[in-house]
Design a protein around this ligand. Sequence first.
Ligand code: SF4
Ligand code: SF4
Ligand code: FES
Length: 240
Amino acid sequence: MFVLVVNRFDGSKNYQSRYELPEERVQGQTLLAVLQYIKQNIDPTLNFTSHCRSAICGACAVKVNESAVLACDTNIETLFKSYETSTLTLSPLANFPVISDLVVNWDEALEHLGRIHPTIVPKKESNTEDGCVQSQTDLQRVLPAWDCILCGICASQCTRYSQSRNDYLEPFAFAHAWRTAFDSRNADPLFSCKAAVENGLWRCVHCSICMHVCPKAINVAEDIVDLRKLILEHRRPPRH
Ligand code: SF4
Ligand code: SF4
Ligand code: FES
């Protein structure tokens, strides 16, 4: 018998629910499939979010014990084995306000992403007939950051953001600043950097946890280093 303990919230109080699962229910199953089984067969009041079931929408991220994962991309049998236990505890992502059970509110996180202005300032040639042509090499450079599915796992696990949410941003916001700053079509690479600096770019402690937990292997810690270097390269020489 396997057990999932879920840390829940009903809008006013926190409590736990315990779900017992026979071995055949977890064999070869994803965590999301098991959550759906619980909702359909054991407890219809359990709330969680999901959509694509293919690791591309980012909706199903939850915490298992202390580590955030994508529920649709995580084999629950392997999880039990890796923790060497028959009981796992599920919680909503950390560093997000909880709406209900495993469902978190993204309003603040999206407002933070907006602060970065993750858009490019088009070069003049964008208005010409040929448009602004980007070479394959230049495209390949920024392509990894486009893989971000806004799952929130890096925000849940970030050392610095967990310490203080008032003077730092969810790591993915810096990944999107990097994506725009290093896009060869961008006429003003520093456009997103300014907002990144104002929102904590120099406060990252380089623990690299964001890189290790990201389901898309986005290296935000390295992106932050790149942004810092870019800013230093464009620094005005001191006046005498
Ligand atoms: S490297 Fe920086 S952004 Fe990434 S988890 Fe650590 S403190 Fe957060
Ligand atoms: S950077 Fe990775 S962990 Fe963070 S939101 Fe994007 S995909 Fe998720
Ligand atoms: S349901 Fe879309 S990423 Fe898991």
